[in-house]
Design a protein around this ligand. Structure first.
Ligand code: NAP
Length: 518
């Protein structure tokens, strides 16, 4: 059983008790009193805080008392003598756990004092912790053994910063291979997945903050996000894992949308944010790491910038299945682990975009004149789809060379962005990032080329109504928001993940709500 633990990190008694109330209301399962944050730290103050925490939580929540050393991430440089006095007092006051750094515990004087205090009660357990904020430990398994050998009744806690998603495997392997009470996860954005799946793998606790500004370590999610986006309460050892692979990934809408839809169909599936930095090598390493760790339960991914071609190359290298659309476009946004190590890649961007155009009433694209603005990944999907449907496409791009190359591949026209004002087309699609949050007052399209009756599609979905769409509406054009494409491509992915159609109304609601927060 994994206990959802909320650190109480305040510099005074009043703020600490306010945080305790909030943590209790937010359904924390354990409180960690980070006493190192207290400005006027004293034994008396800590005892008062423990008693107040018991009152507020009606004695229902176990308490960890921690007075972290500065070297291991503590907020103040309290001397070991005071830190030990605080922990000994916490033991006497009946705290369920105290947390002390393994490093400091190897000092025999410190060790003796804690051993004596712990031997006087069966109520308090010792968490012996090790943190590395610079990267993985040299040998995490050896460190784990040393901690266990030093004090066998301790709960070892090993936490390090994952500089890259591939660093997480040291922690995940140790967690998978051990079964005693232990706390193992990674810090940093790349390590977020280990905090979430800690519950699936049976870590003794995982931590979540009350708010971003009370997080006590990098990558700590809020309890609200952990519960409401990552379905914390539903995770168990059988939960199947999905996610979005990309870089950056912080503002990805995938987790909110897919997890809500998984919950709606009561699927024991979880969708994670996977920050995968680097290029082909790092991508291949990540997937290979998962190929030899099937027990982790990863089943499929959405794939975004910069890995849409890497995923295709990987599937080709493994002689897997590539759907014809992805093959033509030369990029995929969906990756699936099949039985017998068979992997497959799909592109749902193209279908999602064409479906959005069709839904707006343009069912037959044969000989329709179309301007595609941009020559990146999304433009590629649009150009492939539109030319296959028989449209007469001209690509406009800031870097004309890229427009030229794309036009040659799909046998269409091209021009620089400065030529846009002369364009006269039935369909105009913006595939650049211009107009995207936070630069919402920008558009790549001059007013002169927006004409009444034209269909204008902006693939940018944040905001849902861009300046381009506002201008187009005012000029009497029909408009399509990037949200429509997003929903269609996500719905097709959801179908590939679950063999079921998602509730697209729910998708739309979650997207709209999430975009308002971003
Ligand atoms: P990409 O491969 O990086 O391509 C970006 C394109 O935008 C390039 O053509 C680039 O021109 C152009 N561009 C960037 N900044 C510009 C500027 N200041 N002025 C003029 N042109 C500029 O990105 P992508 O994957 O194609 O994504 C493009 C946009 O599509 C994203 O920003 C996102 O909003 C949207 N999108 C929507 C969905 C959806 O489902 N609705 C899905 C994915 C993406 P150069 O070649 O000259 O650099």
């Amino acid at each position: 059983m994994t206990r959802l633990t909320v650190p109480i990190a305040a510099d005074n008694f009043e703020s600490a008790t306010a945080q305790i109330k909030s943590a209790y209301e937010a359904e924390a399962e354990v409180l960690e009193l980070r006493t190192d944050y207290l400005k006027d730290l004293s034994v008396e103050l800590v005892i008062k805080l423990i008693n107040e925490a018991r009152n507020i939580c009606k004695k229902k929540l176990p308490i960890i008392v921690t007075c972290r050393s500065r070297q291991q991430g503590g907020s103040n440089a309290w001397p070991d003598k005071l830190r030990i006095e605080v922990l000994v007092a916490a033991i006497k006051a009946g705290a369920e756990y105290i947390d002390f750094e393994y490093d400091s515990f190897t000092n025999l004087d410190n060790q003796e004092k804690l051993r004596v205090a712990l031997s006087s009660t069966a109520k308090t357990r010792l968490i012996l912790s090790a943190h590395d904020f610079d990267g993985p430990f040299d040998d995490i398994a050896k460190l784990y053994r040393h901690i266990v050998n030093t004090y066998s009744a301790a709960i070892p806690k090993l936490v390090y910063k994952a500089d890259h998603i591939n660093d997480c495997f040291y922690a995940l392997d140790l967690l998978s291979r051990t079964s005693d009470d232990r706390i193992i996860f990674c810090m940093g954005e790349a390590g977020i997945i280990t905090r979430i799946i800690a519950k699936k793998l049976g870590s003794y606790v995982t931590f979540a903050s009350l708010a971003d500004d009370t997080a006590t370590a990098p990558g700590q999610l809020t309890i609200d996000v952990l519960k409401n986006v990552y379905r914390y309460d539903d995770i168990d050892k059988d939960t199947e894992l999905y996610g979005v692979i990309g870089s950056p990934i912080t503002h990805s809408l995938g987790p909110a949308v897919h997890n809500a839809c998984f919950a709606k169909i009561k699927a024991n599936k979880l969708y994670l944010p996977i920050l995968l930095e680097g290029g082909k090598k790092e991508f291949d390493d990540f997937i290979n790491n998962l190929m030899c760790r099937k027990a982790l339960g990863f089943k499929a991914f959405s794939v975004t910038i910069p890995h849409k071609q890497n995923v295709l190359n990987y599937v080709r290298m493994r002689d897997g299945k590539i759907d014809p659309v992805a093959d033509i476009i030369g990029a995929a946004n969906t990756f699936i682990f099949g039985p017998d190590d068979r992997v497959s890649a799909y592109n749902t961007d193209c279908g999602g975009a064409l479906e959005a155009i069709e839904s707006a009433g343009t069912k037959n694209l044969n000989n329709v004149t179309a301007a595609v603005i941009g020559a990146g990944g999304v433009a590629r999907a649009l150009v492939a789809g539109l030319t296959a449907a028989g449209a007469n496409v001209t690509i406009y791009n800031r870097t004309v060379k890229k427009a030229h190359r794309l036009a040659d591949e799909f046998n269409c026209q091209y021009a620089g962005l400065d030529q846009l004002q002369n364009c006269d087309v039935k369909l105009l699609v913006n595939c650049t990032s211009v107009g995207m949050y936070p630069d919402i007052d920008a558009t790549a399209v001059p007013l002169t080329c927006l004409k009444s009756g034209m269909l204008v599609f902006d693939t940018v979905y944040n905001p849902a109504e861009t300046l381009l769409l506002k201008n187009a509406k005012a000029a009497g054009c029909k408009i399509i928001s990037g949200l429509e494409m997003f929903i269609n491509q996500a719905a097709e992915q959801f179908n590939l993940f679950t063999k079921q159609d998602p509730d697209t109304k729910l998708m739309r609601r979650i997207l709209t709500e999430t975009l308002q927060i971003l």
